[in-house]
Write a protein of this length. Sequence first.
Length: 133
Amino acid sequence: MMKKLLPCSLLTLALLLPGCAWTKRHLPWHHETTTAKPPNPSNPEPPAPAKSKTIVTPDESLAATVLTVNTVGRFVVLNFPEGRVPKLDQHLFLYRDGLKTAEVKIVGPKQDTSIVADILSGDAQAGDTVRDQ
């Protein structure tokens, strides 16, 4: 009789244990509840960091490169991305290795994505970066 009772009790135990584990994880009265602690004036807690929303804006600034430089005529030919050619008489700045090296003024003529600009001040070289800031 004892031999028949042992497998039945083991089977019953094996079926009940997963149910207890499920109940502990999924029913609200089994979860630990946190109680609010009164603030401790001697050791204040730092405020929680504010949730900041990241704002992404497209870069609308003009950017180009210097194709050629005519030092005698003091002008440069600039190459802009498609659809981003600046207006006539607009002032732009030339940068080399992150340093501002010259100021130019768009004068034209324009052909496709290239346009001519007069050098107002500074020094220009082919490969310089052109920006409007």
